[in-house]
Write a protein of this length. Sequence first.
Length: 310
Amino acid sequence: MRIVFAGTPEFAAEHLKALLDSPYEIVAVYTQPDRPAGRGQKLMPSAVKALAVAHDLPVYQPQTLRNADAQAELAALAPDLMVVVAYGLILPQAVLDIPRLGCINSHASLLPRWRGAAPIQRAVQAGDAESGVTVMRMEAGLDTGPMLLKVVTPITADDTGGSLHDRLAQLGPDAVVQAIAGLADGSLHGEVQDDSLATYAHKLNKDEARIDWARPAAELERLIRAFNPWPVCHSTLDGESVKVLGANVCSGQGAPGEILGASKDGLIVACADQALSLTRLQLPGGKALNFSDLFNSRREKFATGKVLGQ
């Protein structure tokens, strides 16, 4: 089984690790071109490229797979199967047709729920009871292909986008290895998705991480968990940005954004209904701290009656 792997972030790198430990031959790795990162904006390799280089695997980083030269380069590798995980480039039909057994994808949702770019965070934000990984055959449509195998995990009341990501990154690799075995021996057959049940997981952006205190408290609590560790929900207080990394729904009434009280347990802020107790914050120039630590040193900043988000 000659496999070409295509992926970019850490989630994909966990899958590549599992394939490297499997009996299958990884003949090449495709990943996004190096991107500038950090204060110096130095070009940095993706997590997948770093892992591939460490294992002396050939690495390809085309800007697109839509041109004939890139497609010929892939075809010359004579892959039996292409495994795609959070690659970041669209695969045209000409590419999907190259591997003998086609292309499969590990997608971080229970399809057809949450097709698209940010399924992990959208599941937490929506209050879904469970999430998981779906291994599917790839088609030209966005996450529309027949489902080969699913693994399920509950979403707990404490889960963040980060914690659910890490758990799915552990579940997905084994599922892909199982799916490859099933394709190789002909025992695995795809289940067609019900398009009527599909929802679209829009890409995250920093603008929607700005907290609108006129929204319901439960809705904001889920948003805060979903957007931790990125893009991180934020508001303003005394003209300064305040990042919110933890909160609990509590009782309280007031104008949206109004501070109703503060203690070592949290900063109580009014929402459209009820209130939020903010338990973990990050102020400009500082690191993320539990509110009990901020309350001891900055009590005057969090005086009752002040309003966040003005």
